[in-house]
Design a protein around this ligand. Structure first.
Ligand code: TRH
Length: 385
């Protein structure tokens, strides 16, 4: 285990910042908590800069938070055995440069090679977690590592002490007020039901906003710049730039700048309800210990609906008091079948929010008991060398 001190993590930003969101979090944690020398290879520094504003988009090589960041813009390049780390992770089955793989095969001992997979609650991952495959020509062995929600998976990414930081923040009203004031919220806006809204463009945002607008209690909804732009602009009656805000009926909608990852955590902690998406913000909402609604990344043949149902099955199915969560989530993701009655969905959801709050707290403890993904991965890597 002690011999595994260097790690290379290869990340390709597909069409968003989700992949880099996960890889950046993992890289920092491996460096900070385990003393690993990490190099993060990333193809899209502009997307990276949105969640880490100090990134220099022109730099071929730079150090951020103790992690070496390499701009990965080509599959070419020459690599020697000295370039190869002890642990090599390809995120989400990205192809890494052939010359790097050839150098891996020359190493003695050979590096521990992982494909870090995407998160899903489906049962089959338990059977595939930690399975290996052998490179047909070079004989290199690669292991598949799955994050997940059960003991037979790698667990979820979570930093040491995160829970304590969250509890400290959530029990400190002044800290919450100062944080929200810095984002431009007034006292009245902070006192309303506070909701953060992060989703893919196809979410039925206009319908949800209308339900909040005609509700009998006030809601303040915070939406990052560039998210649900069409519906947000229609509500605001002006361009959806950071700082823009409007109130209609019971709803105040405010556009936020895209904030660094650690501030995004604070935003989730400060809100009463979080709409999240993809993988990383979905997991962070679980660590926030607050009710959340997930907009899942769309896949061909509605595969994502299967994944959404698998998660709801684990999270909500056994509790009748959470029925409104499943109903609203399915409609939010276009998996609800018949036409949605958004005012009714929202009223039912709102009524069940106390039960959802309890569920969020219990779930969080259940997930923490799985250990954290970074430690679980390193422990497994140690058994392979
Ligand atoms: O970007 P995402 O949609 O995630 C991904 C990708 O689409 C990916 O291709 C797909 O494979 C995967 O989903 C399933 O959403 P996600 O995962 O929530 O990532 C967003 C990241 O941005 C996350 O790390 C949180 C961060 N973030 C900030 O740092 N500041 C912000 O203001 C916001 C709104 C998000």
């Amino acid at each position: 285990m002690t011999s595994l001190t260097r790690l290379d993590l290869f990340c390709r930003v597909v069409d968003n910042y989700g992949d880099i969101g996960i890889c950046w979090r993992l890289a920092r944690q491996l460096q900070r908590e385990h003393g690993i020398t990490v190099t993060l290879w990333v193809d899209d520094l502009v997307s990276f800069r949105r969640i880490c504003p100090t990134v220099d988009v022109q730099a071929e090589r730079q150090v951020q938070a103790g992690v070496t960041v390499r701009h990965w813009h080509s599959m070419d390049g020459t690599f020697t055995t000295g370039d190869v780390a002890d642990i090599v992770i390809e995120f989400f089955a990205v192809d890494i440069p052939p010359a790097y793989i050839a150098a891996m095969a020359q190493c003695q001992p050979r590096p521990v090679w992982f494909n870090l997979e995407g998160l899903t609650a489906e049962e089959w991952v338990e059977g595939c977690h930690c399975l290996s495959s052998t490179h047909p020509q070079l004989g290199l062995i690669k292991h598949f590592f799955f994050p997940g929600f059960t003991e037979k998976t790698g667990g979820l990414l979570v930093e040491a002490g995160l829970d304590q930081q969250r509890l400290t923040f959530q029990s400190d009203a002044a800290a919450r007020t100062a944080f929200l004031a810095q984002l431009g919220l007034t006292t009245a806006q902070m006192a309303a039901r506070l909701v953060s809204l992060f989703c893919y463009p196809h979410a039925p945002v206009a319908e949800l906003l209308a339900a909040w607008q005609h509700d009998d209690t006030p809601t303040t909804c915070l939406v990052p710049e560039g998210v649900a732009t069409e519906a947000v602009q229609a509500f605001l009656g002006m361009p959806a730039c950071a700082g823009a805000s409007a109130t209609h009926g019971a709803l105040t909608l405010r556009v936020l700048p895209f904030v660094p990852q650690d501030d995004y955590d604070r935003l989730l902690w400060a809100c009463d309800l979080n709409f999240v998406r993809g993988e990383d913000s979905f997991v962070r909402a679980q660590w926030a210990g607050r009710p959340f609604v997930w907009h899942i990344y769309p896949q061909d043949e509605q595969l994502h609906h299967k994944k959404l149902r698998a998660f709801l099955q684990r999270y909500a199915s056994e509790q009748p008091a959470l029925s409104a969560l499943s109903e609203l989530s399915l409609q939010w993701n276009g998996a609800g079948g018949s036409a949605a009655d958004w005012p009714a969905l929202w009223q039912a959801y709102r009524t069940q929010m106390p039960a959802m709050q309890q569920r969020a707290a219990a779930w969080q403890q259940q997930m923490l008991a799985l250990g954290d993904l970074a430690s679980n991965l390193l422990r497994f890597a140690g058994t392979l060398r």
